[in-house]
Ligand binder design. Structure first.
Ligand code: GLP
Length: 239
């Protein structure tokens, strides 16, 4: 694992440079995107670079990690809406080449087809990850088998509480999600894990320096050959 530590302001710009390098050498790269508050600065920087003509997503393709069950892509808390709003509508990517798991069609054949669609492109070149306070990646909660592929999950109370801030009440926070599995994520050729703020410091320490265990889903990243961890000083403070 390569650990990159800088200020909260600088870290998104550093991560964005990784995309500039990748898309210059491989314009048709397959990108794995994530949602949450952590990548917002990175996405804003990618929009700026695209506006400035320094990066182009014209030939790229994308697959998102996860989606809430029950939310249509037009729902403002759906991850499809999030991606359209914060990134896809603001860069030159072809929306037809962007993929987010369906929150409405949740049978196992559809989940399997998502993995197959990724495989048929030749695989994800660069997968972006945030991290949940409990170590989840995508929505793979603690205890998820490392061999899992795209599947439906029940969200833990702590994850629903953590994401409650985006909804009017806890009751409105979906109870389930569809997520790429851990195996799906680990199949990516390269991975970026981003974490910002003191609240992530403990789980980052466990992820980077702790035991590799299904109880800390992100700890599996220690076994991936090409991972860069982008942290601000706060998230890195316990390393
Ligand atoms: C959600 C997403 C994760 C994300 C996590 C952390 O649960 N499914 O992909 O990493 O939130 O979010 P934040 O970046 O807002 O801390």
């Amino acid at each position: 694992m390569k650990i990159i530590v800088d200020t909260t302001e600088a870290i998104s710009a550093l991560a964005a440079k990784r995309y500039v390098r990748l898309l210059r050498s491989r314009p048709n790269a397959v990108l794995g995107f994530a949602t949450g508050s952590t990548p917002l600065g990175l996405y804003a920087e990618l929009v700026r670079l695209c506006d400035a003509g320094e990066i182009s997503f014209r030939d790229a393709m994308s697959f998102n990690l996860d989606e809430y069950v029950g939310l249509d892509g037009s729902h403002e808390q759906s991850y499809r809406w999030f991606m359209d709003h914060y990134l896809f509508e603001k860069i030159d990517i072809d929306r037809a080449r962007t993929h987010v798991p369906s929150g409405l069609d949740t049978d196992s054949a559809t989940a399997e087809a998502y993995d197959q669609a990724i495989i048929s492109t030749g695989g994800i070149d660069l997968q972006l990850l945030g991290i949940g306070n409990n170590g989840h990646i995508g929505f793979n909660e603690p205890g998820t088998p490392f061999g899992s592929r795209t599947h439906m999950v029940e969200l833990t109370d702590s994850t629903r509480q953590a994401n409650r801030r985006f909804f009017k009440s806890l009751d409105e926070v979906p109870t389930h999600a569809v997520t790429m599995g851990i195996r799906t994520v680990m199949n990516a050729r390269s991975i970026i894990l981003m974490a910002l703020g003191t609240a992530k410091a403990d789980i980052i320490r466990k992820t980077v320096q702790g035991e590799v265990t299904e109880e800390v889903p992100a700890s599996i990243l220690q076994l991936h050959p090409s991972v860069e961890v982008y942290l601000d000083y706060q998230a890195a403070s316990l390393l």
